[in-house]
Design a protein around this ligand. Structure first.
Ligand SMILES: NC(=O)c1ccc[n+]([C@@H]2O[C@H](COP(=O)([O-])OP(=O)(O)OC[C@H]3O[C@@H](n4cnc5c(N)ncnc54)[C@H](O)[C@@H]3O)[C@@H](O)[C@H]2O)c1
Length: 384
């Protein structure tokens, strides 16, 4: 199968590498000649490194499977085209319309969009039943998770075909409904949002919170270190997009603390300053809080995350297995959230959510109907 990739930026180039190392010939198109040159150089460097480490046998042979092109027509004999260009719905739709006039009727067309509706993108096509979302994570060659998102127009069976293909590419595919943020970018919101809210309320410092989540929670990075790493231009914009897309549900309400960082141009690690100032080196994470206080911070954020996962299950966004796979493989959580709930007891998590709700009287803290049911009936998400 010949694969076409549109956009040779961070994601497109990464996805191309996944496809070539899986044995496909790949045509990479970008409308910016410099971006193509950069992508070529990055690929060569990456593949040579992989060869040195013994991870691939022959970098030159993999490189020979690439064809970098400057016109869209050259994707005409691809059987699958994955788009990874700028996150702009009108530009994406225009590219899909043009692409459809070149490719065969059987060609599958996919988008790697993080935040746009797959259904609205599919609507740009004459044959929307061939369209699907294939959402990789950054960096694509390293992150195992791929969210497969059928549009409401996608033909029966295509999602399963793409899942099999992703398995052949040594990825872990999960099936997600076409709703804002799909799985990971929706379920992970409280990790950032609730942490920032705790800081804004003055209950703990960013250092306290990062310390508690890594040392007690077992997360690889705390929320402030992680959002500085992701970049506030990316992370804040995702939060705001998800908030708007959910018709302003307070569960996803963005924070002023993060918005101000963005306005100041303090985008995180890449600009030398975000929540932390990197001019003095790495942030020193310490906490004067007692262990009980640290546990309270971890639990507040964890309850919100579990509640979000339970709500996603309740609304059939994904299966319980896929929800847990998504968070462990897509954002490296130490445990799946629903399995974590089973461990703590759904009644315990529900009591935590209800305490938050009674404290704030804010709909942000309403427990999911499914968590309430499981909590009341002391049920588990997975068999013991
Ligand atoms: N960066 C991430 O962490 C991440 C993760 C998952 C999904 N995504 C999604 O992947 C897509 C690409 O993101 P990225 O981070 O690789 O962006 P990027 O800016 O690194 O790359 C985008 C590339 O697309 C090219 N491009 C722009 N308009 C084009 C057009 N009309 N025709 C052809 N090429 C065009 C640009 O020249 C650029 O090389 C977006 O939809 C984004 O939401 C990003």
């Amino acid at each position: 199968m010949k694969i076409g990739i549109i956009g040779s930026g961070a994601m497109g180039n990464g996805i191309a590498q996944v496809a070539t190392t899986a044995g496909h010939n790949v045509v990479v198109y970008d409308n910016n000649a410099q971006a193509l040159e950069r992508a070529k150089a990055v690929t060569e460097k990456n593949l040579n490194k992989l060869q040195d480490k013994g991870k691939i046998a022959d970098a030159a042979a993999v490189l020979a499977q690439y064809n970098y092109v400057g016109t869209l027509t050259e994707l005409k004999d691809c059987q699958l085209v994955i788009e990874a260009i700028v996150e702009n719905i009108d530009i994406k739709k225009a590219v899909f319309k043009e692409l459809e006039s070149y490719v065969s009727e059987q060609c599958i067309i996919a988008s790697n969009t993080s935040s746009l509706s797959i259904t609205s993108l599919a609507a740009a096509l004459q044959k929307p039943e061939r369209f699907i979302g294939i959402h990789f994570f950054n960096p694509a060659p390293l992150m195992a998770l791929v969210e497969v998102i059928p549009a409401i127009q996608t033909r029966e069976g295509l999602a399963d075909e793409i899942k099999s293909l992703m398995q052949a590419w040594k990825k872990v595919p999960v099936l997600a409904k076409d709703t804002p943020g799909f799985i990971v970018n929706r379920v992970a919101r409280p990790f950032y949002g609730e942490a920032i809210k705790i800081m804004e309320e003055g209950l703990a410092t960013k250092e306290d919170i990062d310390y508690a989540l890594t040392k007690i929670g077992g997360f690889k990075m705390g929320p402030f270190t992680l959002t500085d790493y992701i970049g506030h231009d990316v992370n804040y914009v995702v939060t705001e997009t998800v908030f708007r897309s959910f018709f302003y549900d307070p569960r996803y309400r963005p924070s002023f603390a993060q918005k101000r960082l963005l306005e100041a141009g303090w985008l995180g690690r890449k600009s030398g300053r975000g929540f932390y100032d990197y001019s003095q080196g790495e942030p020193q994470l310490q906490s004067q809080l007692s262990e009980a206080e640290q546990k309270q911070i971890v639990e507040r954020i964890l309850f919100m995350l579990i509640n979000e996962a339970a709500e996603a299950l309740y609304l059939n966004i994904a299966s319980a297995e896929d929800l847990d796979l998504a968070m462990t493989k897509g954002v490296n959580y130490p445990k799946g959230l629903l399995a974590w709930c089973d461990e703590l007891g759904a009644d315990y998590v529900l009591a935590g959510m209800d305490t938050l709700y009674h404290t704030y009287h804010d709909d942000r803290y309403r427990a999911s109907a499914l968590l309430r049911k499981f909590g009341t009936e002391k049920k588990r998400f997975f068999a013991k």
